[in-house]
Write a protein that binds this ligand. Structure first.
Ligand code: IPE
Ligand code: IPE
Ligand code: MG
Length: 228
């Protein structure tokens, strides 16, 4: 089993468009998939699940869509906190939440605080996250700490993912073959799985398909395969 699964949840807009519905309905259905995949990850004993929910570049979308996403986020946090507490899930954020409204920041901080001693699934939500911004922030942390000759470990420790294993598996839904500013440092040796399935349609079965595909990969990390 992969210890850490990261997912670029893409295709909500296309899902809605196919049905001649507003994009926000696609996002609303995407939230249902989020709930299912968190629950499934927990049941499968995956150690870390990281979901890319809102990128630093997503602010360039129409104001109405951004507003809609913010209200879905707020509702999600409110509704899911009890569930996370009951299921021993530790909730974390990757990204800079200072750009969000005060009430969303409060919800986020409250969820982090109330789940911080949980030792089950670590659930990272990437919000206002950009990998280049994360790496720049790491540079600044190192400078502040006066670390002038950093090691690879020092850099890893200055990222939002400090202390967590790198993703073993990256899933991207909706067929786009790109990283879109996600975990550039952490994905160095991650296995990548891309499916044409749109995020709101990403079912339990699709998640199993991705994991089974991952289990067939020959991970070499730059070495060579030993003959048996
Ligand atoms: C992913 O779906 C959700 C976010 C990026 C917030 P999109 O909204 O990117 O859906 P498409 O790519 O337009 O289909
Ligand atoms: C990546 O999806 C960001 C998230 C899933 C949050 P986008 O839809 O924003 O990425 P691009 O624009 O297709 O690269
Ligand atoms: Mg997209």
């Amino acid at each position: 089993m992969p210890k850490h699964v990261a997912i670029i949840m893409d295709g909500n807009g296309r899902w809605a468009k196919k049905r001649l519905l507003p994009r926000i309905i696609g996002h609303t259905n995407g939230v249902k998939t989020v709930k299912n995949i968190v629950e499934l990850s927990r049941k499968l004993n995956i150690r870390v699940l990281t979901l890319y929910a809102f990128s630093t570049e997503n602010w360039t979308r129409p104001e109405e869509e951004v507003k809609g996403l913010m209200s879905l986020l707020k509702k999600y946090l409110k509704n899911e906190l009890e569930n996370m507490k009951n299921n021993n899930i530790s909730f974390k954020i990757l990204g800079d939440i200072s750009k969000f409204s005060q009430d969303i920041q409060n919800e986020i901080n409250n969820a982090i605080e109330q789940t911080k001693t949980n030792n089950g699934l670590i659930f990272n939500l990437a919000l206002n996250y950009g990998s280049r911004q994360e790496i720049l922030r790491a540079f600044k942390i190192l400078i502040e700490k006066n670390i002038t000759n950093p090691s690879i470990q020092d850099i890893s420790n200055a990222l939002y993912t400090a202390g967590l294993p790198d993703p073993d598996l990256l899933i991207r839904t909706s067929g786009e073959i790109r990283i879109s500013n996600f975990l550039l440092w952490q994905l160095a040796y991650t296995e990548i799985y891309i499916t044409d399935v749109l995020w709101p349609d990403f079912s339990e079965e699709e998640f199993y398909k991705a994991i089974i595909n991952f289990q067939k990969r020959d991970r070499r990390f730059g070495g060579i395969k030993e003959d048996k």
